[in-house]
Ligand binder design. Structure first.
Ligand SMILES: [Zn+2]
Length: 455
């Protein structure tokens, strides 16, 4: 072990301790329910073992457990807890300085989820979750926290409906330490197209029992999907005055939706309508599910240089138009790591969406849309670049929906931050985006069945 250093030895021993403690304390899932927690831990343990064969000795493991028990418990202390309720799913996040060991099981009649965390709630941050559950939370009725046994804090969630839980760990990134994430998805995910039609009163009353199947009649409206960048765990860029990009993008997106819905022959759908994170692939999927004619992702990032100013519009390309555009695309694509996406159980449909599909035809329309929007933005703000830029943004990968990403302004610039906070400026920005979209539709009217007819 020469050359490893005491810190390295302590860290390794600590990991070992957690593995041993986790194996001893593993809870068996009740009623045949899934145990993604156990799967995850076993996989992590296998990986760890492969990388560090010296740790296979049981004697060493036990010594480490006895020697370092106190330290491990202190390191795994929970330092923050958050709940992000949304129609799409509810997320509970536990942030800690070291990876948390855990087990999850489900109980029926009444439906409950039990999450055991191998930590003491010394600062009461886990208990704080009890008061953080909103009455309107679609999935959690009540959340209770208590000490199950020394070293194990138990979180019990009384459920309002049957859910599909997912639990996964995220490694430290950006401002975050280790995170353990519990997502509660509805058993049957809502169909965004049906939700949209119901919202617009385009679906008749459900047919009575025994009656003919309900027919969905869809008036042909140009559908624009507006994607408010970031959200929930992922705040995006931060201005010096504390403005968060995720808040600005949602405000502008909502204003733009209001303007589009007021137009005849157009309607808008938001990928998210609250403060929660959506995977980049889920945003793309939503656009495809509602048979979008256009997809507009709204951002207000920082940039490589603090003095960067002006608006930019991007389209998808594997060949970035500049090093700065490539850098920005990398930042945006990191959103999934910061916002927290469970890579182990990612929806296969989402994966399919994000594979490299042919972009022929779609790129052309994306560029036309980008050009129209850029020229309108030039009327209200300076332009960061005079031309449409391009880079490999994952959120622009719908193969059949013309897609653009708009950097409305740079939050890192104090002047632009002030403007972005101003409601009248947000309105101006939304109106410029609408003008660009209308300019595009004037020359490229939506196809009778929409570009998705062939899918
Ligand atoms: Zn952004």
């Amino acid at each position: 072990m020469a050359g490893v250093g005491i810190q390295g030895v302590l860290q390794r021993a600590d990991r070992l301790y957690r593995r041993v403690a986790g194996a001893c304390g593993r809870t068996v899932a009740a009623g045949g329910s899934r145990d993604p927690a156990g799967n995850r831990r076993r996989r992590a343990a296998r990986l760890a073992e492969r990388g560090h064969p010296w740790r296979r000795g049981l004697a060493g493991a036990l010594t480490a457990a006895l020697f370092l028990g106190g330290i491990a418990a202190a390191q795994a202390q929970v330092i923050a807890t958050r709940i992000w309720p949304a129609r799409d799913y509810t997320r509970v996040t536990f942030e800690s300085r070291a990876a948390l060991d855990y087990s999850l099981f489900a109980l029926k009649n009444p439906g409950r989820l039990v999450l055991d965390l191998n930590t003491e709630d010394a600062d009461g941050l886990i208990a704080e979750l009890q008061s953080k559950v909103a009455a309107a939370d679609p999935y959690i009725a009540v959340l209770r926290v208590g000490t199950n046994r020394p070293g194990v804090t138990r979180v019990v969630l009384d459920l309002k409906a049957e859910v599909r839980p997912q639990v996964f760990a995220l490694k430290p990134i950006a401002d975050y330490g280790h995170r353990l994430v519990l997502d509660l998805y509805p058993l049957v995910p809502p169909d965004p197209l049906v939700a949209l039609l119901e919202l617009n009163g385009q679906l008749g009353a459900p047919a009575g029992r025994g009656g003919p199947p309900r027919k969905v009649s869809v008036a042909r409206l140009a559908t624009v999907v507006i994607d408010a960048g970031h959200g929930g765990e992922d705040p995006g860029a931060r201005g010096r005055r504390g403005t968060l990009e995720k808040e600005i993008t949602l405000l502008i997106a909502k204003r733009l939706k209001g303007l589009i819905d007021a137009e005849t022959g157009m309607r808008a759908v938001l990928t998210r309508d609250g403060d929660y994170y959506l995977a980049l692939g889920a945003r793309v999927k939503k656009a495809r599910d509602v048979k979008a004619d256009l997809f507009v992702s709204v951002h207000a990032d920082a940039f490589t240089r603090p003095h960067a100013r002006g608006s930019s519009v991007f389209t998808l390309s594997q060949r970035p138009s500049s090093a700065a555009a490539a850098w920005l695309a990398k930042q945006e694509n990191d959103s999934d790591l910061i916002g927290g996406v469970n890579l182990d159980t990612r929806d296969p449909i989402l994966q399919q969406v994000l594979v490299d599909l042919s972009q022929t035809g779609n790129n052309d329309h994306s560029r036309k849309l980008a050009g129209a929007v850029l020229s309108e933005l030039g009327q209200i703000n300076s332009l960061h670049k005079a031309n449409v830029e391009r880079a490999g943004f994952a959120v622009l990968k719908a193969p059949d929906v013309p897609s653009i990403l708009v950097e409305t302004a740079f939050l890192a610039s104090p002047q632009e931050e002030r403007r972005l906070q101003d409601e009248s400026y947000q309105d101006k920005m939304a109106r410029a985006l609408l003008a660009g979209i209308k300019r595009y539709f004037a020359k490229n009217p939506p196809r009778p069945q929409g570009p998705l007819a062939r899918y």
